[in-house]
Design a protein around this ligand. Structure first.
Ligand SMILES: Nc1nc2c(ncn2[C@@H]2O[C@H](COP(=O)(O)OP(=O)(O)OP(=O)(O)O)[C@@H](O)[C@H]2O)c(=O)[nH]1
Ligand SMILES: [Mg+2]
Length: 398
């Protein structure tokens, strides 16, 4: 669904455009013009009933529907505003179903639309409240990987979208094909999200190289495991892993996976919170990806995800302070106080990540009162904003 017809028309003209049933493609005639409020309030309200009707029809076709999965970007007006409106409606109508998303977070290296921080913060407010899990795909990180690691001089959307495509395909593979220790959405999210609000996941992929010749790719669980977590030693040193789920694809022995994961965790124990002893969960989908005979993806719940929120806030705060561009939002139906409420919610979330990062097992055991109080007592100043390459967005082999 979109608020303008252009993107759908170009998809329909692609060789695989026919994959999409035209009965379930919805669009209006003009875009949200980069304003969340247009996607959520004005233009969005005109299309939402039609969109929900389509969603109901699809839901009715399912035998045992478990979850909704939404894919959107949160920098523009439609993905953030209409995306949030859809989530709100879906949550209200299907409160017992899981709601998750792939959410593309914006980067100045990739696009320079001035309103992106506003749209993102407003969308995060909904992602925090409405969703059970969100896999964040960070354009900043994708750009850094493409430029620094894969040595792309001109980074294009079509280049970084190949990585996005892999993240989406691999992370849904066990849902689509089943497999050993197959993690349904609910099981996966139960294992990954120790607290309801801390449900923002980041990903790493293995193998991950620029080589055209796949015969140099790694072939075993040990190497995949090493590559998925290689970032533990470098990129994400500013945070701690709370939980992680690996999905391996191809012919891989489950016992080898379990052993590799256990050995890796033991070696890097300082990068994992102590208070979740059994924090890694793995499953295997025997259907390989089209590109690699064996491969893996890690979905991680790490406190370093706060760096994405901090980066966006550092761009949001100076504009917000001066109410810059406020009229665009107010004209489309947003009460300006929503902007500061959304920001407070995001700052609270950053604070929660910092507090959980600072806890250690001893402090938990000593404290018998309720969790809220424990958090207050154990709060320490957590890591400051690290440079953008240390965000754990979608990644990497070192
Ligand atoms: N990774 C990736 N990011 C994209 C792509 N296209 C747009 N973006 C990012 O998405 C954000 C803009 O969202 P769009 O999807 O273009 O905008 P929209 O949601 O359609 O909203 P409006 O155009 O304002 O109606 C920016 O942060 C872009 O950098 C893409 O193909 N790949
Ligand atoms: Mg658009």
């Amino acid at each position: 669904m979109d608020l303008e017809p252009g993107v759908h028309n170009s998809i329909a003209n692609l060789p695989y455009g026919k994959l999409f049933n035209p009965d379930f493609i919805y669009h209006d005639q003009s875009s949200a013009g980069n304003v969340f409020a247009s996607g959520f309030y004005s233009a969005g309200s005109e299309i939402i009933e039609e969109v929900m009707e389509g969603i109901r029809k699809q839901a009715e076709k399912c035998d045992t529907m478990e979850a909704f999965q939404i894919t959107h970007s949160i920098g523009g007006g439609t993905g953030s505003g209409l995306g949030s409106l859809i989530m709100q409606e879906v949550k209200a109508e299907y409160p017992d179903k899981m709601l998750s998303s792939f959410s593309i977070t914006p980067s100045k290296s990739v696009s320079d639309v001035v309103l992106e921080p506003y749209n993102s913060v407003l969308a995060f407010n909904h992602l925090i409240e409405e969703c059970d899990s969100n896999i964040l795909i960070d354009n900043e990180e994708l750009y850094a990987i493409a430029h620094n690691q894969l040595k792309q001089k001109n980074v294009t959307f079509s280049f970084i979208n190949k990585i996005v495509q892999r993240i989406i395909l691999d992370s849904t593979s066990s849902l689509r094909f089943g497999g050993f220790n197959n993690a349904g959405m609910r099981k996966l999210m139960t294992n990954l999200c120790p607290f309801p609000r801390l449900h923002f996941l980041t990903t790493s992929l293995a193998p991950f190289t620029n080589s055209v010749d796949k015969k140099y790719d790694v072939v075993g669980a040990n190497e995949l495991c090493r590559d998925l977590f290689s970032s533990v030693n470098s990129r994400y040193h500013s945070g701690k892993f709370m939980t992680g789920a690996t999905i391996f694809r191809g012919k891989i022995e489950s016992s080898v996976c379990e052993n590799s994961l256990a050995a890796m965790k033991q070696k890097n124990s300082g990068f994992f919170v102590e208070w979740i002893p059994d924090s890694l969960f793995s499953s295997i989908c025997q259907v390989p990806s089209a590109e690699h005979p064996v491969s893996g993806i890690l979905l991680a719940n790490t406190t370093s995800v706060q760096n994405i929120f901090k980066r966006i806030d550092s761009q949001f705060e100076p504009m917000m302070k001066r109410r810059a561009f406020a009229h665009h939002y107010i004209q489309q139906g947003l009460d300006w106080s929503e902007m500061s409420e959304a920001r407070m919610n995001m700052l609270d979330l950053i604070n929660e990540y910092q507090q959980y990062e600072a806890m250690d097992a001893g402090e938990f055991e000593d404290e018998e009162s309720d969790g809220e109080e424990v958090i207050q007592k154990t709060a320490r100043s957590a890591t400051g904003m690290s440079d953008h390459h240390s965000t754990h967005a979608s990644s990497t082999k070192d």
